[in-house]
Design a protein around this ligand. Structure first.
Ligand SMILES: Cc1cc2nc3c(=O)[nH]c(=O)nc-3n(C[C@H](O)[C@H](O)[C@H](O)COP(=O)(O)OP(=O)(O)OC[C@H]3O[C@@H](n4cnc5c(N)ncnc54)[C@H](O)[C@@H]3O)c2cc1C
Length: 358
């Protein structure tokens, strides 16, 4: 049976699109891995900080806020603190202006996070406007909505061939072929590979690895109410997570699409940048991982019909913001596919359109 929509990718992009599109017609979602959110969407820092990112990303994140707040349990308060040495004053001033943080005395910062090292840290700033996203709950919520509307979500279904004829797209997995009118490419780091399979020109997406370490709570402190900590210039960040801290070197290293893992040397260097600013050493690494943040050539997400093959829809290049932009991004995808006037401003829609690369 020919479906209206076939979505490739079971990360936050594909699943949120499935929830929206299942209200418009029949949906099949194909995910290569044995469970949803195996790649980038299972490896994020799970932060909603709407002023983080370039202007188009900020507008998408802002536009997502109402829906996050309307869905119980998705957001919980976290807060944000930026730390800098004396020689980093310029970068610190730039960061706090861009992300709208208020400078506070180092002593006050230490009353919130007691392990900050006053011998090294000269500048601190804080903001409340950052929240944890319950990413598992968000994914399950979108998946439940999609299934309730009749969407078929198939795991362990890697797409290996795509062809097109008068009856639409024919998308082949090792267990069969699925047909659909419109193909939605939400394959994360693999979006250009999917385009090539479909005979559509790739747009030049670049996956970038970012690593993460989980460390024991420093000095046995209760870290649960600590804000997210950023080394100025995003040299590293740390965030409380289930009683421990996750610390990232915040690297952006270009990679081919693959099942990413952390680089030991990059992790060690990042942990050293974090440790320099703390009074407590890193004593125990509980685990580590890495994910790919995938960027378009201008680092703005790509949402829209391919200008040459309009039955091929791009939902791609979410970079490091795929969760916090997902409500507005998936809504825009549905608006464009339904030929409705998008809720977002026309200039933002144009900035996100794949037509900008033609
Ligand atoms: C370390 C790290 C920290 C981050 N922190 C944040 C944060 O705090 N806040 C935030 O908003 N974002 C954050 N992000 C970014 C966010 O995780 C991503 O933008 C988002 O997960 C991308 O979602 P996606 O669905 O596009 O990609 P993915 O989750 O990678 O999903 C794509 C899916 O497509 C599937 N696929 C690929 N090829 C095929 C095929 N041939 N057939 C079938 N399926 C296929 C893959 O298996 C994969 O599951 C972070 C990312 C990383 C790595």
């Amino acid at each position: 049976m020919t479906k209206d929509f076939l979505i490739i990718g079971g990360g936050i992009a594909g699943i949120s699109a499935a929830a929206r599109l299942s209200a418009l017609g029949s949906v099949t979602l194909l995910e290569a891995e044995p469970h949803l959110a195996h790649h980038a969407s299972g490896r994020s820092a799970a932060l909603y900080e709407a002023s983080y990112g370039n202007p188009a990303v900020v507008r998408l994140s802002m536009a997502s806020g109402d829906e996050f707040r309307a869905r119980p349990g998705i957001l919980s308060p976290r807060g944000l603190m930026i730390l800098a040495r004396a020689d980093q004053a310029d970068a610190f001033a730039h960061d706090i202006a861009e992300m709208d943080l208020t400078p506070i005395p180092v002593d006050q910062a230490r009353s919130i996070v007691p392990i900050l090292n006053p011998a090294v840290i000269a500048h601190t700033a804080h903001a409340d406007h950052a929240w944890d996203i319950d990413t598992d709950l968000l994914i399950q919520t979108f998946a439940r909505e999609a299934r309730k509307n009749g969407a078929e979500i198939l795991i362990s279904s890697p797409v290996i061939a795509i062809s097109r004829n008068g009856t639409g797209w024919h998308v082949t997995t090792p267990t069969g072929t699925h047909t659909a009118d419109t193909l939605i490419n939400a394959a994360g780091a693999w979006v250009d590979r999917i385009a090539a399979l479909a005979g559509v020109a790739p747009l030049g997406f670049q996956p970038m690895r970012r690593s993460m370490a989980r460390i024991a709570a420093p000095g046995g402190h209760d870290v649960s109410r600590w804000p997210m900590l950023f080394g100025t210039g995003e040299a590293w960040y740390a965030k409380p997570d289930a009683g421990a801290l996750i610390v990232s070197p915040a690297e952006e290293h270009p990679m081919d699409p693959h099942d990413a893992w952390a680089n030991d040397m990059v992790l060690a260097e990042g942990l050293a940048r974090y440790e320099e600013m703390m009074t407590e050493p890193v004593t125990r690494l509980i685990s580590n991982w890495a994910g790919l943040r995938t960027f378009s050539p201008d680092r703005v997400p790509v949402i829209g019909r391919d200008p040459v093959q309009p039955a091929f829809f791009w939902l791609a290049g979410q970079g490091g913001y795929g969760f916090q932009t997902s409500p507005a991004a998936s809504q825009l995808a549905a608006d464009l596919i339904a030929d409705r006037t998008p809720a977002l401003d026309a200039d933002l829609v144009a900035a996100l359109s794949p037509a900008r690369f033609i």
